[in-house]
Design a protein around this ligand. Structure first.
Ligand code: F6P
Length: 335
């Protein structure tokens, strides 16, 4: 069999480990030929495709980014300015290259595109990839554990400087719609206030929580916010919350935006192994002719679900998530 592999959407730690998992299994175990498609779906439009050999797969486990490059190309998005029929163009490339199957590694947008390509008859197996952990149907995607680890380390470091200056420190982590990184790093890093897009907040409650802490002799506070929380004046999350806390409490407040640091660099051991398992499973599915599905982790088991179940859905944090309930029992303020 001849298979193609592409990575699409924002990068995250563990993509290269996944490529390695897919391709080594394909070459070593199944004797398949593997082709790397560059810059996501754009590579199918531009015919930017090269064979991948064992040599290309060396040194990938701990390498951040993606050796195939990525893009946010959305070939099914209708644009009046473009006369190109992108779906037809992709199909033509797949047929010309005689690819028997396509592995698409990506987040929500990629799963949507993959589902549409599958509907057009392409043999697709997709793998969820995002630090945000918001792809529906999988308990976890690789990249998330690494991002949480980096964010937790950053929060750990804020404690000492916040304590030295008796300040309120606000740290903004990624997550537009879903607050998974803020929740997990906030809890692991000992955040006192954690704000996520899924839960409403009231600045008075936050101010009161900080004042109550002072009354208990806690002279500094750590506030962890997801980038996607609502702000009223268009300001970035951390900037807005810091300004409002200072106004509400009079405490000296500083903000930090962690940004792309949480998306770059080497994956954790957990993410490397998750990526390897998911990659290997994707290849096994191709060998078994199981197409139109996304690889998942449910509990401790690697499996798969139909792509049409995933497309257009988001996995959000529930207000009854046990980390939230436990946090509340320990006095952490969630807004
Ligand atoms: O990968 C998901 C994500 O990290 C979001 O949380 C973040 O807002 C977004 O990507 C930003 O990525 P880019 O600037 O590459 O579009």
């Amino acid at each position: 069999m001849k298979i193609g592999i592409l990575t699409s959407g924002g990068d995250c730690p563990g993509i290269n480990a996944t490529i390695r998992g897919v391709c080594k299994t394909a070459i070593n175990h199944y004797g398949m030929e593997v082709y790397g498609i560059h810059s996501g779906f754009r590579g199918l439009l531009d015919n930017d495709i090269t064979p991948l050999t064992e040599e290309d797969l060396t040194g990938l486990l701990n390498r951040g980014g993606t050796i195939l490059g990525t893009s946010r190309e959305r070939p099914f998005k209708k644009r009046l300015s473009s006369s190109q029929n992108k779906p037809a163009l992709m199909l033509k490339t797949i047929q010309e290259m005689q690819l028997d199957a396509l592995v698409c590694i990506g987040g929500k947008g990629t799963q949507k595109t993959a589902a549409k390509l599958a509907q057009m008859g392409v043999n697709i197996v997709s793998i969820p990839k995002t630090i945000d952990n918001d792809v529906w149907g999988t308990d976890m995607s690789f990249g998330f554990d690494t991002a949480v680890t980096i964010a937790t380390e950053a929060i750990d470091r804020l404690h000492s400087t916040a304590s030295a200056h008796q300040r309120v420190m606000v740290i903004e982590v990624m997550g537009h719609k879903a607050g998974w990184i803020a929740l997990h790093s906030g809890m692991a890093g000992g955040g006192d206030i954690i704000l996520i897009p899924e839960l409403e907040y009231n600045i008075r409650n936050i101010g009161n929580a900080i004042i109550e802490r002072l009354k208990k002799g806690k002279t500094y506070s750590i506030v962890v916010v997801a980038e996607g929380i609502k702000t009223t004046d268009g300001k970035k999350a951390a900037e807005y919350i810091a300004q409002e806390i200072e106004y509400e409490t009079g405490f000296e407040t500083r903000e930090t935006v962690l940004g792309y640091i949480q998306r770059g660099g080497a994956p954790t051991a957990f993410d490397r192994n998750l990526a390897t398992r998911m990659g290997g499973h994707a290849t096994e599915m191709i060998a078994n002719g199981q197409f139109g599905r996304m690889v998942t982790l449910q509990g401790s088991k690697i499996g798969s679900i139909p792509l049409e179940d995933v497309a257009g859905r988001l996995k959000l944090v529930s207000e009854n998530h046990d980390l939230i309930l436990q946090g509340k029992r320990m006095g952490i303020c969630f807004g």
